[in-house]
Design a protein around this ligand. Structure first.
Ligand code: NAP
Length: 470
């Protein structure tokens, strides 16, 4: 894939970049290694000041940065502005809480026959971050803010269609005060990842992206014995039970499916509705989906902008056609527009069956699959009947049912009566083919830390021959 900014609203190529040479990449890795040693001599408070300065810059530059993202990948300008603000909030959160998250954790010294024992969290070194285009700032920030606070350095290989946002991020951290090399953008294609990950100076990797990219990076990292965090695709269920407020559920379902033009890993993608309220919900949902305004992402009246790429739109339409050709019904949308830009109408497809692509695959665009479930048990069976396990959503006012959903949904998160989202305070990640490891919260910050056991004794003899010492 060429490294270029192509406006998805018009299909016009606006800027192209030559990929960095191996020598340029090696120099960036060297700078990241040197910066890691430099950060070793800094305090958490100092790094917090730099991260706070990054937040200040993000807020001051919000509108221009948002415009850049809209131009590179088509999200609405309003959504892009909210993304910048969220990034600033996350920077402030980690600046404020890293001291507590990274504090030594005392252990029971007596139980381990020590004078003193504790766990210390220390950074690993340069971390390679391979990132997707769908939230070009936030996906990077939710890795970078905690990783830099912990004292790691970052090497960003961003998606090839958002190079200007990628370069902005490097510039942002440098202007905020982080040492040269603490955060670098590598303008390279995905074919360069193997060589970078094999470099002994690179200590770990994080990937947010598709299942295929995850498998590839996990295989390389496995061979190289490097820690990885993988945030992959999702096909989140959104279950509606009879006790739910159907108007509210239909309203949130529409936003949950079409936010970010339908291109979110934690977008609700499969709407599983109890038979008792299926028809009523389907009518409300389809009405709301078809009322959304599709158009110029810079226009403040637009709800849904273009998809990020032509191939993404073709793939989405092929999934809809496959369902329809095999007997599914379209309640609204489903036609590929002609004209410039990679637009697609909000679409609701029902009568889906196993064997159809939409049943098994992630659907990355404003297209909802609507499923009928005869009971709670069948709703859970459909919800969990996927290879993915990222987010999940259930709508019920019955407290006992809420408890059951919290336990029974096989996913990295369960949101009840509200839209799935991410917060710096809460761990974020998936199970099954949605990946492993967590971002955000103290759990995310510690993913790229050495959880070091420290045992301090008085110098007595060891456990003695025959004792178990491993
Ligand atoms: P993608 O094609 O996997 O690309 C993601 C990143 O991985 C890009 O930087 C890409 O580089 C790189 N890449 C692709 N194939 C690679 C390979 N074989 N080896 C090394 N690097 C590789 O995904 P996308 O289309 O950008 O993003 C959409 C996917 O990301 C969806 O599946 C979505 O659900 C998932 N996602 C998950 C989360 C989460 O938190 N779980 C969040 C957002 C998105 P190039 O651009 O140069 O190809």
């Amino acid at each position: 894939m060429p490294i270029a900014t192509t406006d998805p609203a018009t299909g016009q190529v606006l800027k192209t970049y030559d990929p960095m040479s191996d020598e340029q990449v090696d120099a960036a890795i060297e700078r990241a290694d040197l910066a890691f040693r430099q950060l070793h001599g800094t305090t958490i408070a100092q790094r917090g000041q730099w991260l706070t300065a990054a937040a200040d810059l993000l807020e001051a530059e919000r509108d221009a940065t948002a415009r850049l993202m809209t131009t590179e990948m088509g999200k609405t300008y309003a959504a892009a502005k909210a993304e910048v603000t969220k990034c600033a909030t996350a920077c402030r959160f980690y600046a404020a809480h890293a001291e507590r998250m990274l504090a030594d954790e005392p252990a029971d010294a007596k139980a381990v026959k020590a004078q003193r024992a504790f766990v210390r969290y220390q950074p690993l070194g340069p971390v390679l971050a391979v990132m997707p285009w769908n939230f070009p700032l936030w996906q990077v920030m939710r890795f970078a803010a905690p990783a830099l606070m912990a004292g790691n350095t970052g090497l960003l290989k961003h998606a090839s269609n958002v190079p200007q946002t990628a370069l902005y991020l490097e510039d942002l951290f440098r202007r905020a005060g982080f040492p040269e090399g603490a955060f670098s953008t590598l303008l390279v294609g995905s074919d360069a990842v193997e060589r970078i990950l094999a470099d002994p100076r690179v200590r770990a990797a994080t990937l947010t992206g598709s299942e295929g990219a995850g498998r590839s990076i996990a295989a390389i990292a496995g061979r190289e014995l490097k820690k990885t965090v993988l945030e992959l695709g999702g096909s989140d269920p959104f279950v509606v039970m009879p006790s739910a407020d159907l108007d509210k559920a239909a309203e949130v379902a529409t936003t949950a499916r079409c936010q970010n033009n339908g291109q979110s890993c934690i977008a609700a993608k499969r709407f599983i509705v109890h038979a008792d309220v299926f028809d009523a919900f389907a009518e409300k949902f389809a009405a709301r989906m078809s009322a959304l305004r599709v158009g110029d992402p810079m226009d403040e009246n637009t709800d849904v902008g273009p998809l990020a790429s032509e191939s993404g739109r073709d793939e989405l339409h092929a999934q809809v056609r496959d369902a329809v050709d095999n007997g599914a019904s379209v309640l609204c949308g489903g036609e590929k527009p002609t004209g410039d830009g990679w637009f697609y109408p909000p679409t609701v497809v029902t009568d889906l069956r196993p064997g159809m692509r939409m049943w098994a695959e992630e659907v990355f665009g404003p297209v909802a699959g609507l499923y009928r479930a005869a009971s709670y048990e069948e709703a859970i069976e459909i919800a969990n009947g996927t290879a993915f396990g990222l987010g999940s959503n259930a709508w019920t006012t019955d407290p006992a049912e809420q408890e059951r959903f919290a336990t029974d949904l096989d996913a990295g998160n369960v949101f009840i009566n509200g839209m799935t989202t991410s917060y710096p305070e809460l761990p974020f990640g998936g199970v099954k083919n949605s990946g492993y490891g967590r971002e955000l919260s103290a759990v995310g910050m510690r993913e790229f830390c050495n959880t070091k056991t420290v045992w301090i004794g008085a110098g007595e003899a060891g456990p003695g021959a025959g004792a178990h010492s491993e």
